[in-house]
Design a protein around this ligand. Structure first.
Ligand SMILES: Nc1ncnc2c1ncn2[C@@H]1O[C@H](COP(=O)(O)OP(=O)(O)O)[C@@H](O)[C@H]1O
Ligand SMILES: [Mg+2]
Length: 245
C-alpha cells in the first residue's frame, strides 16, 4: 500500500531524512517512534506530499507521490491524516467539520456527506455532540472528531502523528481505543506514537528513527520488543528511557 524507496530530504544543508526505505502492506499497522527531531513527522508527511522530498520515490497504492504529474489533491483526499493538535475548524460545528471536505474535495452532496460524517461520528462514540463546536469538547473528544473526519473521506490508509501526546492522561485511552478498533478492522495505519502499549497490542511492525532522519530499525513488533539483544544500542537506550517508569 505504501512504498518508500531511498527517500532523502534536506532543509538547506541540514538532512532531515536519510535514505529512508520501507514497505507497508494493506492492513498493516506500523508504529514509528524515536527521539524528538528525528524526522518522524517529516517522514509521514512525505507520504501524502505535505512535505516535498529531494531524493527517492514514494508510491501510495501504486500512485507515484514524487511524480510532478500526480494529482496531489486527489492523492491526499485518499490518505487520512490525524495530527497532534486536531486541526478542527473552530468556527464550524462538529457536523460541519465532518462534511466540509467531503463536499469540497470529493464533490459529495450535502445529504450524503452528512450521513457519512454522522456514521463515523457514531463510530467514535460522539453522536450526542454533533451540533457542538470544537471548543465545547474535551481534547480527547476533539481528537475523536478529527479521526471521524478523516474516516468520512473513505481513506485507503490512515496516518497518525502523535495523536495522543497533547492530551490529558485520562483522555489518551479513549483515542487509543478508537485506533485499536480501526486496526482490528483492517485499516492500513502508520502511527507516530510513543504509546508502547498500543504498539505492543496492535502494531505489526515498529520503525525506530534516529536523529538525521535515519530508519535504524524496521522489524516486527515481536522482534522489536522481544529481542532486545538484536536491537541497535541507540534503540535500546531509547526503549530503556521510555519504558523505565
Ligand atoms: N521547516 C523546517 N525548516 C528547517 N528545519 C526543520 C523544518 N521542519 C522541521 N525541521 C527540522 O527537521 C528535524 C525533524 O523534524 P520532525 O520531522 O518534526 O521530527 P520529529 O517529528 O521526529 O520530532 C528537526 O530537527 C526539525 O528541527
Ligand atoms: Mg513530530
Amino acid at each position: 500500500m505504501i512504498e518508500l524507496k531511498n527517500v532523502s530530504k534536506w532543509y538547506g544543508s541540514f538532512q532531515v531524512l536519510t535514505d529512508c526505505s520501507t514497505n507497508i502492506q494493506k492492513g498493516e499497522v506500523v508504529v514509528v517512534c524515536g527521539p524528538s527531531g528525528s524526522g518522524k513527522s517529516t517522514l509521514i508527511k512525505t507520504i501524502n506530499a505535505l512535505e516535498p522530498f529531494q531524493k527517492g520515490e514514494i508510491f501510495v497504492d501504486g500512485v507515484a507521490v514524487h511524480d510532478p504529474k500526480t494529482n496531489l489533491p486527489k492523492l491526499r483526499s485518499r490518505v487520512g491524516m490525524v495530527f497532534q493538535h486536531f486541526e478542527l475548524f473552530p468556527h464550524l460545528s462538529v457536523t460541519e467539520n465532518l462534511t466540509i471536505a467531503q463536499v469540497k474535495v470529493l464533490g459529495r452532496n450535502q445529504t450524503d456527506a452528512q450521513a457519512r460524517g454522522l456514521k463515523m461520528l457514531e463510530r467514535v462514540g460522539l453522536m450526542a455532540h454533533k451540533d457542538k463546536f470544537p471548543g465545547q469538547l474535551s481534547g480527547g473528544q476533539q481528537q475523536r472528531v478529527a479521526i471521524a473526519r478523516a474516516l468520512s473521506m473513505d481513506p485507503i490508509v490512515m496516518l497518525f502523528d502523535e495523536p495522543t501526546s497533547a492530551l490529558d492522561p485520562e483522555m489518551v485511552g479513549e483515542v487509543l481505543d478508537v485506533m485499536v478498533s480501526l486496526a482490528h478492522e483492517g485499516m492500513t495505519m502508520m502511527c507516530v506514537t510513543h504509546e508502547m502499549g498500543f504498539a505492543k497490542r496492535v502494531s505489526d511492525r515498529v520503525i525506530f528513527m534516529d536523529v538525521g532522519g535515519k530508519i535504524l530499525e524496521d522489524c516486527s513488533k515481536d522482534e522489536f520488543f522481544g529481542n532486545p539483544e538484536a536491537r541497535q544500542p541507540r534503540t535500546k537506550d531509547f526503549l530503556k528511557k521510555i519504558l523505565q517508569h
